[in-house]
Design a protein around this ligand. Structure first.
Ligand SMILES: NC(=O)c1ccc[n+]([C@@H]2O[C@H](COP(=O)([O-])OP(=O)(O)OC[C@H]3O[C@@H](n4cnc5c(N)ncnc54)[C@H](OP(=O)(O)O)[C@@H]3O)[C@@H](O)[C@H]2O)c1
Length: 319
């Protein structure tokens, strides 16, 4: 588990944008599980952050200087600008955000990377059908809370697994999941899942891995689909965890397990954002943000998210 002392807050001159670049003042920083993988060199698909470098991360900010005709001063943009108050970036790497469309924080959540992950991961990897049972782990977090709601829009039964009773109340009472349980207070996950999923599990959206996933795999229906989105229970592990060998179960159930990265759907982001915006406007998708104030508190927010303190999307308000 990272410690606050692993991070340093450093002051340096504000950079100046060259031709084709803009200077952005951060409004909100995103705090995400993938950052944990990026700081121990375990990411096989992206470069690690080296000690002394600025922490990676998505940011929503306001443009204060522009040397590119595509972006004007005062435009609100989203991009991978890292944990810093001011950043220079090529205009072509930034996405313009319309603050009239939705609160700008949604560009880091429902109308951003986590929203697209839930949308494509559930619909394109799992193909949920009306009446099917969809189980999602990490259910009260940024991605999980949206997966369950999209499953419901597709007329499935949504069952969520999360780490506190308040989170379970949030997904069942506020978001309308049909059921859920707190894995930290449930001794037998399999028995609880059998209660909640009397017709078995057709779709599993896995955000966490570990023993939660081991229990779900035992209850898959014939031709079930599993999207492996993340394995957060393993990100701070000192050594690989041992578990049951459930691949045989996939043979018997003719089930499909598929890992994915949201970036593989990059050429369809417009479609995803259009649909998510419509559902948001129609209030078919609700969301909750957990906002910590001050860039100096970003490490605490990050560690808190890894420990499960957040309900919905963890963000940091800058300035
Ligand atoms: N494939 C992709 O392209 C992609 C894109 C975005 C995110 N992801 C993955 O999706 C998952 C969710 O990301 P997110 O941004 O939505 O984060 P999030 O769910 O908002 O926050 C992380 C949550 O993980 C849970 N958690 C922490 N340790 C756990 C453990 N040992 N066992 C079970 N749950 C644990 C905590 O909730 P509890 O209180 O419930 O434990 C915590 O709130 C992560 O695995 C992430 O890496 C993948």
């Amino acid at each position: 588990m990272p410690k606050e002392s692993d991070f340093r807050l450093v002051e340096s001159p504000v950079p100046r944008p060259a031709s084709g670049e803009v200077l952005v003042q951060a409004l909100y920083l995103s705090v995400d599980p993938y950052m944990r993988i990026r700081i121990n060199g375990a990411s096989s698909y992206a470069q690690s952050v080296q000690p002394g470098e600025v922490m990676v991360g998505g940011v929503v900010g306001r443009v204060v200087e522009s040397n590119d005709p595509r972006i004007a001063v005062d435009d609100v943009v989203e991009g991978m600008l890292g944990w810093q108050k001011y950043a220079v970036a090529p205009a072509k790497t930034l996405r313009k955000i319309d603050p009239k469309n939705a609160p700008v924080t949604t560009a880091l959540y429902v109308l951003g990377m986590p929203g697209l992950t839930a949308y494509f991961g559930l619909l394109d990897i799992c193909h949920p059908q009306p009446g099917e049972t969809v189980v999602v782990s990490g259910a009260a977090g940024a991605v999980g809370s949206l997966v369950g709601q999209i499953a419901k829009i597709k007329r499935c039964r949504a069952i969520g697994i999360a780490g506190t009773n308040e989170k379970v109340r949030f997904i069942t009472q506020d978001l309308g999941f049909e059921g859920g349980f707190n894995y930290k207070e449930t001794p037998d996950y399999t028995a609880r899942l059998k209660d909640l999923c009397p017709n078995g599990i057709d779709v599993y959206f896995d955000n966490v891995g570990g023993s939660i996933t081991d229990a779900v795999m035992k209850l898959l229906n014939t031709r079930a689909r599993v999207a492996v989105c993340g394995q957060i229970s393993q990100y701070n592990a000192d050594r690989p965890e041992m578990g049951p060998r459930w691949l045989g179960q996939l043979v018997a159930k003719q089930a499909k397990v598929e890992g994915f990265l949201v970036h593989q759907f990059a050429d369809r982001y417009d479609e995803g954002l259009r649909q998510l915006s419509t559902w948001l406007r129609e209030k078919r998708i609700r969301y909750r943000e957990d906002i910590v104030d001050g860039i100096e508190n970003a490490p605490r927010a990050f560690i808190g998210m890894l420990e499960g303190h957040n309900i919905g999307k963890q963000l940091v308000k800058v300035g």
